[in-house]
Every structure is written in structure tokens, then in C-alpha cells.
Design a protein around this ligand. Structure first.
Ligand SMILES: Nc1ncnc2c1ncn2[C@@H]1O[C@H](COP(=O)(O)OP(=O)(O)O)[C@@H](O)[C@H]1O
Ligand SMILES: [Mg+2]
Length: 183
């Protein structure tokens, strides 16, 4: 869990997929990108918080990279290991929005993200993707979606679960369950 949130029974919306290789993880991330783009088209000023949870090497950065590129970003998506946060300006349906990709693994203090001035990133239209939210020890704004990545038996296998943690998150998770996968 993210340290400060437990899914409520009324919010129960989960989407779980077994990915046998990175290409399948990429396809799931692009599927989420389509649901996010759709949702942001309906509510242009909205902000979504997404946690990415799993061990080192589980594929959190890889998932974030495919998600951001799935929303049309053509450049490199680097791991924010040293910068803590990388911003990406995105466009969809003639709207501009921002993705902030965080990796809090190296924080020395749970409030370092606030001292670095990152609190304002949680209000801008778009979304935050946060690796290692547990390092902030419950001081982050509430999450809408939790993404759990777990390694499988084979080297490239991953199990990836999307859990809704808010009504907003539920709309997106329900949308992804109903959305046909583009191949
Ligand atoms: N099915 C898969 N999904 C995601 N990553 C995979 C998969 N199979 C192999 N990988 C590899 O696992 C590594 C995951 O690293 P990374 O995304 O940096 O992990 P994390 O951010 O969780 O520490 C990458 O080298 C990626 O290419
Ligand atoms: Mg990472």
C-alpha cells in the first residue's frame, strides 16, 4: 500500500494483467494512457495521482516510460532517480497537460519532496506518477490509482495490478476494463 491509503469496499475496481514480456507491459501502459487521455478530455482541469509500487527492477520506470510515450511524448523518458522528479508536457485532444514522474527512493527525509517545491505539481492539470511513495511516509496527497508490479517466475514475467483508490480512479479503472485493446 502507499502508506496512507487502503481501498474502500465501495471503490472496488481492479484490473490485473499478467505480462509475459516487456512488450505486454508496454501494451498495458498504452491501454492506461488511452483511458487517461479519454478521462482528461472529459475533465480538462483535473489532476490524477498514481502510485507505482514494487521491488527494484519490477518495472515501475519501464511502465511510466511507456505510459508517457503512449500519451504522445516523443523524447526520452529517463528515470528520475537523481532529480527526484521529471516533468513532461503532453498534448491530447488539443489540450495541454503535464505529467510529473517521481522516484522518491533516494529521499533522505519523508518531507524532502515538499522542501524541493514539488507540492505545486499535485494541482496542475494532468497527473503525477510516483515510484516509492512509501518513502514519503504518508505525507503525499491522496492517490487515485495504485499500480502494483510483481516479478513472475520467468525473468521477463510481471504481474501488474491497477487498483482504484478514489471515485476518480474508479472511473479510469472501469474505463480501462471496458476499453478494447488496440493491437
Ligand atoms: N514484462 C516486463 N515489464 C517491465 N519491465 C521488464 C519486463 N521484462 C523485463 N523487464 C526489464 O526489467 C527492468 C525493469 O527496470 P525498471 O523499470 O527500471 O524497474 P524499477 O523502476 O521498478 O526499479 C528493465 O530493464 C526492463 O527492460
Ligand atoms: Mg525506477
Amino acid at each position: 500500500m502507499t502508506g496512507n491509503q487502503t481501498p474502500q469496499a465501495s471503490l472496488k475496481a481492479t484490473f490485473k494483467q499478467y505480462c509475459r514480456q516487456e512488450a505486454e507491459t508496454a501494451s498495458l501502459a498504452k491501454h492506461l494512457a488511452a483511458s487517461l487521455a479519454h478521462w482528461m478530455g472529459l475533465t480538462p482541469e483535473a489532476h490524477i495521482n498514481i502510485s507505482l509500487e514494487g521491488d527494484l527492477g519490477a518495472g515501475k520506470t519501464t511502465f511510466a516510460r511507456h505510459l508517457i510515450q503512449g500519451l504522445g511524448y516523443g523524447g526520452k523518458v529517463k528515470s528520475p532517480t537523481y532529480t527526484l522528479c521529471e516533468p513532461y508536457e503532453l498534448q491530447s485532444n488539443q489540450q495541454t497537460f503535464t505529467a510529473h514522474h517521481f522516484d522518491l527512493y533516494r529521499m533522505r527525509d519523508p518531507l524532502e519532496w515538499q522542501e524541493a517545491g514539488f507540492a505545486e505539481h499535485f494541482d496542475v492539470p494532468g497527473f503525477c506518477l510516483i515510484e516509492w511513495p512509501e518513502k514519503a511516509e504518508g505525507t503525499l496527497p491522496a492517490f487515485d490509482i495504485q499500480i502494483l508490479l510483481t516479478a513472475g517466475l520467468q525473468e521477463n514475467e510481471r504481474s501488474i495490478e491497477l487498483n482504484a483508490l478514489s471515485e476518480k480512479g474508479k472511473k479510469i479503472v472501469v474505463d480501462i476494463k471496458q476499453r478494447p485493446i488496440d493491437t
